[in-house]
Design a protein around this ligand. Sequence first.
Ligand code: FAD
Ligand code: NAI
Length: 465
Amino acid sequence: MSYDLIVIGTGPGGYVCAIRAAQLGLKVAVVEKRKTHGGTCLNIGCIPSKALLHASELFNEAGHGFAAFGIEVPKPKLNLKQMMTHKQETVDANVNGVAFLFKKNKIESFTGTGTILGAGKVQVTADDGKTQVLETKNIVIATGSEVTPLPGVAIDEKQIVSSEGALELDKVPGKLVVIGAGVIGLELGSVWRRLGSEVHVVEYLDRVLPGTDAEVAKQFQRLMGKQGITFQLASKVTGAKASKKGVSLTVEPAAGGNAQTIEADVVLVAIGRRPFTENLGLEAAGVALERGRVVIDNHFASNVPGIYAIGDVVRGPMLAHKAEDEGIAVAEILAGKAGHVNYDCIPGVVYTWPEVATVGQSEEDLKAAGISYNVGKFPFTANGRARANRSTDGFVKVLADAATDKVLGVHILGAGAGEMIHEAVVLMEFGGSSEDLARSTHAHPTMSEAVKEAALAVDKRAIHT
Ligand code: FAD
Ligand code: NAI
């Protein structure tokens, strides 16, 4: 059997690519080594983490938030098993949805590890060792990423866990130490903090959420602190010993100095992810890698004709929606159309309470690039809907080019920021200005009015501050 396209890996990059290619009339097969489709994101990433973030937030609200609205409920009781059932049902519905879409689009699915034998040839090795070779005109590598290990801190997924184990704990740890104040550390740290753990975060840098606008990150850290999460910045973990009693961590200042010992019931290692290309046969096929990532050109093509790559396994942010859009773009290119991803307009969201949502450049990026800009800021404390919702933490920040007023970045810290950011994404996709945003009528009363006010503030004419 010969295909137009074989996609290896059915995470958000791979499955979306396969569906788009099939829509465009290509004969498509996918190869996935997991039992279910959806990759890291649907099985052990975005979706289960959001299921637990939502459930734990409701638990927290019932315990601490309802009373101020005049709702008196008994102290909520945690049923962790049911919360995990909710998480699993959410995952199942999503991964089954992908299998349904494959059938609907007549995409053939092979379960096993895909190895590229050369351009046009993919070997599938099933769990029982049986192999078969498939022929194809094109191959898209969408094999994603895996947890970056930390030397001296061996992950056992019970006491010393990665994000995978942190989504599966069968009881609330008394003390959770998180290594890495990035997205995973703060999202999953929030989950367990809300469910009752003492959460302490050890971070190598002198700030949280590296890459995020520093003012936003600083305010965010303050809010996380108010929720009881403690931070030890500019520190590195150099070793861990697990015993029946718990885990003993050795921590040193990042710049060197005296070591200290921290005890924990559970340790979450969340220091980043790295591209996954094990058993893919890239070396034999002659596919070039750079720092573990498949090297691609602007059309997602590797150095070997007929072999393409997308998602976490290539350059750029490791985000599901970036992988999906690359999947669509490469499918369109393979079908003779003009696929394209605008890397300047990829939003990033941290799904904590409140959320952090950003698109475009931070103030630090603009300073480093020597671009003159104007800033407009608006706090949620001055927004009527935020007051009604008792969600006044945070602010919106709009950065616009000083000469042209083109919006270069929007950063939102606040409840629902992950939904609000998209008007900025669309505005920036169309090359809009802060004046365009300021003149767009926003419904009242909405949290989104703060986005309009921040745009007005670029020209120092916000109404409500
Ligand atoms: P993946 O989703 O990693 O999929 C790759 C697939 O390829 C896997 O199913 C793997 O089994 C398969 N595979 C690998 N090698 C082979 C082979 N040789 N043969 C066959 N199959 C193979 N991103 C967001 O945008 N929003 C979020 O909220 C978010 N939350 C996250 C939470 C957590 C805890 C984690 C860990 C990640 C989160 N991410 C989030 C990141 C997101 O999961 C990734 O960016 C996304 O999954 C990348 O998609 P992908 O298709 O490139 O790869
Ligand atoms: P990350 O890159 O976001 O954060 C890792 C943190 O660990 C950084 O702050 C880094 O400075 C720190 N660090 C590195 N080495 C360290 C060490 N030895 N000791 C202490 N700190 C150390 O990586 P994270 O949180 O593991 O997430 C991986 C990726 O998954 C993210 O980059 C993101 O792309 C994706 N993701 C996205 C989510 C979302 O979009 N909401 C949610 C979760 C993950």
